[in-house]
Design a protein around this ligand. Structure first.
Ligand SMILES: Nc1ncnc2c1ncn2[C@@H]1O[C@H](COP(=O)(O)OP(=O)(O)O)[C@@H](O)[C@H]1O
Ligand SMILES: [Mg+2]
Ligand SMILES: [Zn+2]
Length: 356
């Protein structure tokens, strides 16, 4: 089994997105469980994992969710992960927990079926839980059917909607859900999850190596775990080897971008020269720079908030960011056919610093 499946978080405590963990902890200890959740955020941030944890908790035979009369701080919010119900949900064979993937069939039949089934009381468990993944892909017809059920929620039924593109959801759905944001994970959060995997697999490595992997995963726990698995299979758990595998990630893209913004031709060329000497993969590096520019663009428009970027963001206008995205995307494309990639990269730097 892939490591990222083996180490899928099984309880709230193992969710390494701090904000998500805190909100779910509070909700599961509160007197009222919402009848509809909306988990929104990029891939690999734990939406499916968290949905299954909630489903397990609601139906756990040993430690089920109980309505308390007031907020009880000492309540144990974790599912037991050993009872029949928890195991059935983990294996995806629980009668009352249904996962629907809206991306694969756009959901018309499923939602229709769901509306029929939903009238029936839960079979074995205490709650019926519907997990609808990529919910923004539902057809209009399916949306309307879903909306009707959300308007008149049946008893002991919980919907967990997940999406990577929340902006495509109609307001009528949004307004009926408790929304939890699964933002891109920080390096620290990913490092924490990688340490759990490394410990479980008895991997001997250093924090520096794990941080390097965490950095490169661009906010995705899943990608980070995959990189670690790749490093393990290639026996590349020291810093030199990991750098080679990840294609020069240790080169600080933020530092590079700062030189570019300042139009510091000389230092930017030195930076590029150093990368060449160390055998960095330029296309990898440029992807990384583009990821950073993408974050900066979203941040400029108030869509995300990345604290580490605060210095860069103040120095750049919207126009600078879009122009740089175009410039680097072009270099990325050109590099594919370049006979001397380093030269092309250097020319592109000069071109930007001197002529734009
Ligand atoms: N919050 C988290 N903490 C630690 N590891 C996580 C977390 N979220 C996801 N992972 C890792 O990433 C994998 C994919 O997570 P998943 O829940 O399928 O993400 P999503 O549904 O958002 O794409 C998990 O199997 C696990 O290895
Ligand atoms: Mg998922
Ligand atoms: Zn249980």
């Amino acid at each position: 089994m892939s490591l990222y499946l083996k180490y899928r978080p099984q309880k709230v405590e193992e969710l390494d997105l701090d904000e998500v963990r805190n909100r779910l902890s509070r909700l599961l200890a509160s007197p009222y469980i919402p009848h509809a959740f909306l988990f929104s955020g990029p891939k690999g941030t734990g939406k499916t994992s968290a949905a299954r944890i909630v489903a397990k908790k609601l139906n756990c035979e040993k430690n089920p969710y109980r309505k308390t009369t007031s907020l009880d701080k000492d309540v144990n919010i974790e599912p037991c992960n050993t009872c029949d119900s928890c195991l059935a949900i983990k294996d995806g064979r629980h009668f009352d927990v249904l996962e629907i993937d809206a991306a694969s069939n756009r959901g018309i039949d499923e939602i229709r079926e769901l509306r029929e089934k939903i009238k029936l009381a839960p079979v074995s468990g205490k709650y019926k839980v519907y997990i609808i993944d990529e919910v923004h892909m539902l057809t209009n017809e399916a949306f309307n059917a879903l909306l009707k059920t959300l308007e008149e929620p049946p008893v002991r039924t919980v919907f967990i909607l997940a999406t990577t593109e929340v902006e495509k959801l109609p307001g009528t759905i949004l307004s009926r859900c408790i929304k939890i944001n699964f933002n891109k994970a920080t390096t620290t959060e990913i490092l924490h999850s990688l340490k759990r995997v490394a410990k479980g697999e008895e991997v001997k490595t250093t924090d520096e190596v794990l941080t390097c992997i965490a950095d490169f995963a661009d906010g995705s726990f899943r990608d980070a775990t995959k990189f670690l698995e790749q490093a393990l299979s290639e026996d590349a758990l020291d810093i030199a080897k990991i750098n080679k595998i990840l294609g020069g990630v240790r080169f600080d893209r933020g530092q590079f971008l700062k030189l570019i913004i300042d139009k510091n031709t000389e230092k930017a060329l030195l930076f590029a020269h150093d990368m060449g000497e160390k055998g960095a993969d330029l296309r990898f590096f440029i992807t990384d720079v583009l990821n950073l520019l993408h974050d900066l663009l979203l941040q400029k428009h108030g869509i995300i908030d990345v604290k580490q970027n605060s210095k860069l963001i103040d120095e750049m206008s919207d126009k600078d960011i879009t122009a740089l995205i175009k410039h680097f995307s072009q270099i990325y494309a050109d590099l594919k056919y370049a006979s001397k990639p380093e030269l092309l990269f250097e020319v592109a730097i000069i071109d930007w610093c001197e002529n734009k």
